[in-house]
Design a protein around this ligand. Structure first.
Ligand SMILES: Nc1ncnc2c1ncn2[C@@H]1O[C@H](COP(=O)(O)OP(=O)(O)O)[C@@H](O)[C@H]1O
Ligand SMILES: [Mg+2]
Length: 490
């Protein structure tokens, strides 16, 4: 697998990864559809087109002789741009558009009207046939390609997750230094952190089969965290929320607002709430811009935009979704939560599994330590009070010796995972599974809710029960009968 680690090691250029994620999104979408609805030949030919596109396009786009790296936290402009995938068949016709630095522009229009093509030109997957597309006044053809794609976060409709850990999937494609702090901050911005902490190995949980154990909304928020951690200059959202149910759509939109804050942003969307939150709306029809203006202007005008959205708009109310003003960098998301290990002391709580923490002169008692990265970074610790997150220490080895010893002990007590030796039966009870098992400490019954609380990593299965206790099953060590019960059930 390629990814963040190779980038860190310097063996892959960053832009290659943005390109990869982009192509994968063009590729998997159709392929996924294909396996579901084979009879629709149209889909098949779309897939074929995209595959051809994947194979054919890249080599014609190359760096200019003296590529430049202008500041891309800037405006974008299209001047008299014509573009066709087939040179004579223009799908963008005489596009004139200038997007100011920091402006949020929504692009709406029927399917096939050319919306995604605009984003492909900005990422320079194709070159325009006529006219000029520029960022910060520099023709995009002059901008160093890897740099261009590194500075743009592109969030597609079909998220690409890899068969690897949550942390890997978040850090993937970024060339910034990414440690525990950055990953947690980005996941808080993307409103996915709390859910990740509930996975069996938190950020070290393996996402099998491209995230099959996550909901669509969770996958989408992980891809937003990936975009946040990149600290991009420009954000492009291409129908990023259109596969989701209404509730997760709103949640995710909040996360997107955090991502777009202060950045030149383009969102291609059919969602009235997102459209009404844009600074400006561009309406596309048959490759042309047919209307442009603020949401209020376009509603008043009663033209295409009004006709397209009047149903949705008359049904809902639209509150302006505000980004958190106090956020000036991704670290703002962990302000007040992260503590300097040199300024705290830890003493034993009522039980050995909990601790008391004195931080900045204030005593917090009865805290439960949990590891966000139990395997890859066991020195990062989050403290919980009555189920709520309170404090975060990103490197406990910097604590004083006594505090460290007490904390380690509490962590060991909490990370104790009883091993399941035999499985007697597995019953389905509503949306829960009821496991009748034998552990190293005798027989018990545990309940798990949904697929999400069962994670498989190599030959180990981890179960998180409805009380957040974790149990482990070593598949190789099961007897024949237990093995057949588990293979029938999951
Ligand atoms: N890779 C491609 N090769 C050839 N034609 C394409 C390709 N991608 C898109 N098109 C065509 O370009 C037009 C605009 O497509 P697109 O920008 O994807 O529209 P939208 O995003 O608005 O649905 C459509 O007619 C579409 O069929
Ligand atoms: Mg599109």
């Amino acid at each position: 697998m390629v990814g963040g680690n190779q980038v860190i090691a310097g063996s892959i250029q960053l832009g290659v990864i943005t390109a990869f994620v982009f192509y994968m999104s063009m590729f998997y979408g159709p392929i996924n559809n294909l396996s579901n609805i084979i009879p629709f030949i149209q889909q098949a030919s779309t897939s074929g087109d995209r595959l051809r596109e994947l194979l054919e396009t890249e080599p014609t786009i190359t760096n200019s002789k003296h590529p430049r790296k202008p500041d891309l936290n800037a405006g974008i402009s299209f001047n008299n741009v014509n573009f066709g995938y087939e040179p004579m068949l223009h799908v963008l016709k005489n596009i004139n558009l200038s997007i100011a630095k920091g402006e949020k522009v929504a692009i709406v229009g029927k399917s096939g009207s050319g919306k995604s093509t605009i984003s492909k030109l900005i990422l320079r997957f194709y070159d325009v046939n006529d006219g000029v597309m520029s960022i910060n006044g520099v023709n995009v053809k002059e901008i160093e390609l890897g740099y261009l794609r590194d500075r743009i976060a592109y969030v597609p409709q079909d998220v690409i997750l890899f068969d690897n850990t949550v942390a890997y999937n978040v850090a993937y494609g970024s060339n910034n230094h990414i440690g525990a702090k950055e990953i947690i901050a980005a996941c808080k911005a993307a409103i996915i952190h709390d859910e990740i902490m509930k996975l069996p190995s938190a950020y070290d949980t393996n996402l099998n089969e491209r995230g099959s154990s996550l909901s669509g909304g969770q996958k989408q928020r992980i891809s937003i965290a990936r975009a946040v951690v990149k600290i991009p200059d420009i954000v492009i959202l291409d129908e990023s929320t259109s596969n989701l149910d209404v509730n997760s759509e709103r949640e995710i939109y909040k996360a997107l607002v955090n991502l777009m804050q202060g950045k030149t942003s383009i969102m291609i969307t059919h969602n009235a709430h997102e459209v009404m939150n844009a600074d400006r709306i561009i309406v596309m029809e048959n490759g042309k811009i047919c209307e442009s203006g603020s949401p209020e202007d376009l509603l008043r005008k009663k033209g295409n935009f009004y006709r397209m959205f009047k149903r949705q708009i008359s049904k809902g109310e639209f509150k302006k979704e505000k980004a958190d003003e106090s956020v000036s960098s991704i670290y703002s998301y962990i302000d007040g939560f992260i503590l300097d290990p040199k300024r705290i002391t830890i003493t034993t709580g009522d039980r050995e599994s909990i601790v008391d923490v004195v931080a900045l002169g204030k005593k917090h008692s009865g805290l439960l330590p949990k590891l966000p990265f139990p395997i890859s970074n066991p020195n990062a610790v989050i403290f919980y009070k009555s189920g709520n997150e309170l404090l975060f220490v990103d490197d406990i080895t910097a604590l004083d010796h006594e505090s460290y010893k007490i904390l380690r002990k509490a962590i060991t007590m909490n990370n104790f995972k009883p091993a399941i030796r035999t499985i007697r039966k597995i019953l389905i009870r509503g949306d829960e599974l009821e496991w009748h098992v034998g552990t190293e400490y005798g027989n018990t019954i545990i309940n798990t809710k949904g697929r999400r609380n069962i994670s498989i990593d190599g030959s180990t299965i981890s179960l998180t029960d409805t009380f957040d206790n974790i149990y482990e099953i070593e598949i190789d060590k099961l007897d024949q009968k237990s093995f057949s019960i588990i293979s029938e059930s999951i």
